[in-house]
Design a protein around this ligand. Structure first.
Ligand SMILES: Nc1ncnc2c1ncn2[C@@H]1O[C@H](COP(=O)(O)OP(=O)(O)O)[C@@H](O)[C@H]1O
Ligand SMILES: [Mg+2]
Length: 500
């Protein structure tokens, strides 16, 4: 059974696409309602009226619960056609859906202080012009505004649980995101560019950002997410397809991932990954989206020729000119963000990245090469994550295994990307052997070659990182043949990071 309060991003996205492709009209699947409603299964209707989305429910639905908001809504006069207005929202299906969820949540719990004051009703005998007359939209907007202000420190801390050794970059990202979320009427998306060498966490930050935003507050409207690998947009025709091909051209009628994502949820993080690989026409295609918050489409979708992207976050990434940028910032004494931005603009320009894009990026974040300590921590996290994929819970990892992973994955030139492959190759068979036994339980990963041992077959272990300092990039000091007698191993007390 469909449950509006539990509806996940994916389903909400599909509904929004249906809404857009059905001329702004959609009936939700039958949904289970909170206690107090009769019947307990209801289908809501969403309808576009000018720039507003109107929400209706069947007029035979009654409400006998404690929420005065719902008592009043259920007492509203029906409009012709057997439907009763619930509310009107300026903007998108996504906003209207979020507002319905908010209203339904009021029916499940006693309304918090002040909420009743936020909703004012016309006389029950008066037929409302439309449902918007029922709700004091200013008060609702104010309540929302308070929810939108998030803590930059809190967000940075959450990001750091996944991203190692990039504290400055992560803090800068968190501050930029906070500023964008706090805007009630943003005119354009946040346009931010992550620069730095390959394999140091630029794309990884974008992957974990939606999850961190969700964990941060729980009350922010959910963010959608979409990565567009720019090496798939090398020709002008590819770029044209990004905005939908015009009638008579190849690809007409197909909806690109970008358009689908923004139609489904205007609050989306869109990653233009490795922007330097795209055809320069990408600059023209995105120019107005970046400066006016409207993405023009080459074909009509859901009756519209443009999509609102003012609430989106556009992240561009590039490995281009990483070394020169770092050199120039360090030696040229670019201490202020403003100076650093100019350095990045100049270097990207020299590297041939599309000028309209460079000029419209509001902030650049420079990721640094990862030092030995960071690489070691990431190796530990990678091993932990791979074990997690096989359902094996690790309580400790032998430093020799980490040293081997680091050694086999080469120098700094490739960032830490090879670590994951090396760790998979080194440990895959061992982990399969471990799960071949019925319920291996918590394990210690010991030795070289590695073996999984039951956690209780050795001494207890405490500090997760003590043996993984910078010196550990060479071989560890323990003797692999006598691991039962050796010093206690470091234990992993942190949760394995979960990547979507
Ligand atoms: N700073 C980091 N912290 C944690 N993991 C990282 C970090 N940098 C890279 N990784 C790991 O390496 C992989 C590749 O990193 P990625 O962010 O895609 O590199 P790039 O900087 O080139 O975009 C990631 O999926 C992640 O597993
Ligand atoms: Mg990347």
């Amino acid at each position: 059974m469909f449950d509006i309060l539990e509806c996940d991003d994916a389903l909400r996205g599909r509904l929004a696409v249906q809404f857009a492709s059905n001329d702004g009209f959609i009936t939700l699947p039958p949904s289970s309602m909170p206690a107090g409603f009769a019947p307990s299964i209801v289908s809501f209707v969403f309808m576009m009226n000018g720039a507003h989305v109107e929400t209706y429910m069947p007029d035979d639905v009654s409400y006998g619960g404690a929420s005065s908001t719902w008592q009043s809504i259920a007492g509203n006069d029906a409009v012709p056609g057997g439907y009763r207005p619930v509310h009107v929202t300026a903007g998108s299906f996504h906003d209207a859906f979020a507002e319905l969820v908010e209203l339904l949540a009021l029916a499940t719990s006693p309304p918090p202080a002040g909420v009743d004051a936020a909703v004012s009703f016309s006389s029950p005998m008066q037929v409302p012009r439309h449902a918007g007359d029922l709700v004091d939209l200013d008060a609702v907007a104010e309540r929302r505004a308070r929810k939108r202000v998030v803590s930059a420190e809190g967000l940075a801390e959450l990001l750091k649980q996944h991203i190692v050794g990039q504290d400055l970059a992560v803090q800068q990202v968190a501050r930029a995101v906070r500023r964008q979320l706090a805007k009630s009427h943003p005119e354009r998306p946040l346009t931010i560019c992550f620069l730095g060498p390959s394999g140091v966490g630029k794309t990884e930050v974008t992957w974990v950002l939606p999850e961190c935003l969700r964990a941060l507050d729980g009350e922010l409207p959910p963010f959608g997410f979409c990565v567009l690998p720019m090496n798939e947009y090398r020709s002008e025709a590819d770029v044209t397809r990004l905005l939908g091909a015009s009638a008579g051209h190849v690809g007409f009628g197909e909806v690109s991932a970008l358009v689908k994502q923004l139609a489904a949820n205007p609050r989306s993080i869109i990653v233009f990954d490795e922007i330097d690989k795209a055809h320069p026409a990408i600059g023209i295609a995105l120019m107005s989206a970046m400066s006016s918050g409207k993405l023009g489409l080459n074909q009509e979708i859901g009756g519209r020729h443009e999509l609102d992207c003012s609430k989106a976050i556009f992240v561009f990434t590039s490995n281009q000119a990483a070394e020169s940028i770092l050199d120039e910032i360090e030696t040229g004494g670019a201490t202020k963000i403003h100076d650093a931005n100019e350095v990045c603009r100049g270097q990207l320009h020299a590297a041939g990245v599309s000028t309209p894009i460079i000029g419209r990026i509001s902030e650049f974040v420079v990721f640094k090469p990862l030092d030995a300590v960071a690489r070691t921590k990431i190796a530990v996290l990678s091993v932990q994550r791979i074990a997690g994929e096989y359902g094996v819970e690790l309580v400790s990892i032998d430093p020799d295994i980490i040293a081997e992973v680091l050694q086999r994955s080469g120098g700094e030139d490739f960032g830490v990307r090879p670590l994951v492959d090396v760790a998979t190759e080194l440990l895959g068979d061992t982990l399969v052997d471990a799960i071949a036994q019925t319920d291996p339980g918590p394990c210690r990963l010991v030795g070289m070659p590695p073996i999984c041992k039951p956690a209780d077959a050795g001494p207890p272990v405490n500090d997760p990182w003590s043996q993984f300092d910078a010196a550990t990039t060479g071989r560890g000091s323990s003797d692999p043949t006598s691991e039962e007698e050796s010093e206690p191993r470091p234990s992993l007390t942190r949760e394995a990071p979960i990547n979507p």
